[in-house]
Ligand binder design. Structure first.
Ligand code: ZN
Length: 111
C-alpha cells in the first residue's frame, strides 16, 4: 500500500469515524449516498475521488468500464476496508464465556 498526503484543502473534510474514531473523509457516490474514505491517497484504493465545482467530494468506484482513475481523480481506500469496527468485523473476545471449552485445549491429545 502506498499512501500520500491529501490534496491541499481536503483536510477540511476530515471527520472522525463514528465507529472507530479514526479520521475519515465523507464523499458522495454517483448514486448520491455517502461513503467513508481513508484520508490519504492510496494507489491500492478502488475509489476515484474528485472535488467538484461546488466543493463536494465525489467518489466513483472503479469498474470494468472505467478501471483507472481519470487524470484529475485521486485514488483512495474506502474506510470500511480498514475500519476495525466495520460491520461484520467482530474482534475476537478477550476471554471465552465460562461454558465454552477452548478448542485448542480440547484438541490436545493425551499422551
Ligand atoms: Zn472506522
Amino acid at each position: 500500500m502506498t499512501t500520500s498526503q491529501l490534496p491541499a484543502g481536503w483536510d477540511r473534510y476530515v471527520r472522525p469515524c463514528q465507529s472507530c474514531g479514526r479520521p475519515i473523509l465523507w464523499a458522495f457516490t454517483e448514486q448520491g449516498s455517502r461513503r467513508m474514505l481513508d484520508p490519504a491517497l492510496d494507489d491500492q484504493g478502488n475509489q476515484a475521488v474528485v472535488r467538484d465545482g461546488t466543493g463536494t467530494l465525489r467518489a466513483r468506484q472503479l469498474s470494468t468500464d472505467r478501471p483507472v482513475p481519470d487524470g484529475f481523480e485521486k485514488l483512495m481506500m474506502p474506510h470500511v476496508v480498514t475500519c476495525p469496527k466495520a460491520p461484520g468485523r467482530t474482534p475476537p473476545p478477550e476471554s471465552l464465556p465460562p461454558n465454552v471449552v477452548p478448542l485448542d485445549r480440547a484438541r490436545r491429545r493425551p499422551k
